[in-house]
Design a protein around this ligand. Structure first.
Ligand SMILES: [Zn+2]
Length: 219
């Protein structure tokens, strides 16, 4: 892929994710491998709808030196570099604040992926990394330690989601599959809930989702 192609695909992916409500303003970011030494990444705090190809940063994968783009790269560039270094099979890494999976990330636990169609996209579970503040090397390092060859979706505790895949299109589809898997988890939790198995976090999240009309109230 050429640098120009990668930059245009990063923009198209950001707009697709923003249209789905997965980026929450200027949150979230998208990275795409250009060749074995370089990747394209969204600039920091960008309005995705007015972003131009020249705004998209190009960094060297080994030392994160910026080789193109006038803007500062996303604060999460180390996190995405760790994904692309560890997962040579992946050309894309996206970080979202998609609402339901981000709510799941408050629970601080892995999610077992139940549907075979979702398993083939995400792996047998989505792994939750421990908490670290956004944009820190600490967060990038925690995710690096969680990365597994067969797992394509990760929760950043109390924050959001990272998915990786062979193309940007496949990676967006994985983020959507994760959103559905998390919705299914909450629906099941609401249907089966009792006072004893709803911990404080879970009941808070369920209430929020019902208020936002993301979920039907439990009977
Ligand atoms: Zn974030």
């Amino acid at each position: 892929m050429t640098m120009d192609q990668a930059r245009r695909r990063v923009i198209a992916t950001c707009i697709e994710l923003a249209d789905k409500g997965y980026l929450a303003g200027t949150g979230g970011n998208v990275a795409c491998r250009i060749d074995d030494k370089h990747f394209a990444i969204t600039p920091s705090a960008s309005d995705y709808y007015s972003m131009l190809p020249d705004d998209v940063c190009v960094l060297r994968l080994d030392d994160l030196v910026r080789v193109a783009g006038d803007r500062r790269p996303s604060v999460e560039h180390k996190l995405h570099a760790n994904v692309l270094r560890a997962r040579g099979d992946c050309q894309a890494s996206i970080h979202t604040h998609q609402p339901i999976a981000s709510a799941y990330a408050l629970l601080g636990q892995d999610l077992e992926i139940l549907l075979p169609a979702h398993r083939s996209m995400l792996g047998r579970k989505a792994i939750c990394t421990g908490y670290a503040p956004s944009g820190t090397g600490w967060l990038a390092s925690k995710l690096r330690k969680s990365l597994r060859p067969e797992i394509n979706a990760y929760f950043l505790r109390n924050h959001g989601v990272v998915c990786c895949g062979p193309t940007l299109g496949d990676t967006v589809a994985r983020a959507e599959a994760l959103e559905i898997a998390c919705s299914d988890f909450f629906r099941t939790a609401i249907t089966n809930r009792t006072d004893s198995d709803c911990d404080e976090y879970l009941s808070e999240v369920l209430t929020l989702l019902v208020e936002k009309e993301e979920l039907e109230p439990a009977p």
